[in-house]
Ligand binder design. Structure first.
Ligand code: 6PG
Length: 263
């Protein structure tokens, strides 16, 4: 199993730039043998990183082949697409709404079927659970046919969660579904869908983005405790050949026992 690679920078703008260069490299490799580039995104602070990388950095921006992109979400909250908690909504606001006017064909973005959402704000009151399960089922049916992503971009929560796979949760063991439904997420809102480990294991490349001193505690556990079963650590341990990278700032790996380099 190849160890996860860590790329660290003093400045956030350089973290974003290297994430952009990483994406372009994988985009170009994918397009050599496939008509589309299949990428999955997460929520949280990744939205700002992607704007900085793909929109504001003109060098990277000029190399993005938006018309060839198929964009998925590694997890999504069961809220309307315009809701502030929607991971699609975040990407739409920060990236899709800021695409250069020269972009004629926008990327294909695969969202949840919001017409099936019942209840309010992703909460549990008065929901139709069958419809939630149908949202997960439909999203799974829209995954790439071979189930393979060229790149999956992930965040790492302060508890070590990634996607909507939380520490100690039974979904860490899910092997039959590619997209799972969760209605007891310890982080709000409780109702979400998420990639499962079989999807992560099939990817060509996975990259985490983590910034700020608030991440140092959990990164010490992920990189320092071989026995750790934290979700993000389990991603680092994937042994199917997927290349796992971490793009971090120096604050996030302060005191963490890793050898970091520049991308
Ligand atoms: O639904 C979620 O909880 C997010 O998608 C989550 O997986 C996120 O990526 C991490 O919590 C890191 O978030 P930050 O990058 O904002 O710390």
């Amino acid at each position: 199993m190849a160890a996860a690679k860590v790329y660290s920078y003093a400045e956030s703008i350089d973290v974003a730039k290297s994430v952009g260069q990483y994406i372009i490299k994988h985009q170009n490799i994918a397009l050599e043998s496939n008509p589309t580039f299949k990428i999955a995104l997460s929520g949280g602070s990744l939205g700002k990183v992607l704007k900085s990388a793909l929109i504001d950095n003109k060098q990277v921006a000029s190399e993005v082949k938006w018309d060839k992109w198929e964009v998925y979400f590694s997890d999504e909250r069961l809220v309307p697409l315009t809701h502030p908690d929607s991971n699609y909504g975040l990407f739409n606001e920060l990236v899709l709404n800021n695409l250069p006017s020269s972009v004629v064909t926008k990327p294909k973005v695969i969202t949840i079927n919001e017409s099936l959402i019942t209840g309010k704000e992703g909460q549990l009151d008065g929901i139709d659970k069958q419809k939630d399960l149908e949202i997960a089922f439909q999203y799974q049916s829209k995954l790439p046919e071979d189930g393979k992503f060229d790149v999956i971009l992930l965040g790492c929560g302060p508890d070590g969660h990634t996607c909507s796979l939380f520490p100690g949760h039974q979904l860490l063991q899910e092997r039959s579904k590619l997209i799972a439904y969760i209605d007891d997420s310890p982080k709000q809102p409780p109702r979400r869908i998420t990639f499962t480990f079989p999807v992560l294991e099939s990817a060509t490349a996975i990259a985490f983005v983590a910034e700020g001193s608030g991440k140092a505690y959990i990164l010490k556990e992920i990189f320092g405790n071989k026995q750790s079963q934290l979700p993000a650590k389990l991603v680092n341990d994937i042994s199917t050949g997927v290349q796992v990278s971490w793009f971090v700032d120096d604050n996030a790996i302060e005191g963490v026992n890793v050898i970091a380099s520049k991308y």
